[in-house]
Design a binder for this molecule. Sequence first.
Ligand code: CO
Length: 208
Amino acid sequence: MDLQQIFNNNHEWVKEKLKINPDYFQDLSKTQNPKLLYIGCSDSRVTAEELMGAKPGEVFILRNIANLVPNTDLCSNALINYAVSHLKVEHVVVCGHYNCGGVKAAMQSADLGILNPWLRNIRDVYRLHRVELNAIKDEEEKYKRLVELNVQEQCINVIKTADVQKAYRDRNITVHGWVFDIYSGKIIDLEINFTKILNDIMEIYRLS
Ligand code: CO
């Protein structure tokens, strides 16, 4: 993408917004009140706002390689803290996508340098669900299922945080697992049973 084109596009975008509402940017600058925290993949083909039809101010967003929430990752943990305990979002979504390069890389035997510790989180998901995944003979289907199971496990990592546990207790926050189907453009709700997962893991992960 031409960099000058970006500035031209931006100029047009500002014009469009001001045509609809001359105070658009004054209003936007005042505060943010997003109801949704979205954790997705950085993949350039998988946007966040565009595929959801979300406007500025509506969604708080984290994107990284393969939509991970590692237990010791300062970035995702700080972001969850801010979004849940300060902005008080009502929903947390972890959204993976089929044909995810990060998930594919984690399924292969290769030394990828600094990517190793990051992708190891996905190998951990594979190990946890090895019996189910090894029973899938079709490689493409196995890869899709790992994408889904990775979303589920990252949802569990979200639930492990004190912020989400407290928000569930105090105001019924919910965590959702979605997959963006890059072959059709549709968002699939994995219908993760948040309450059941929460009850299952709280024996071990309860913080308060
Ligand atoms: Co990806």
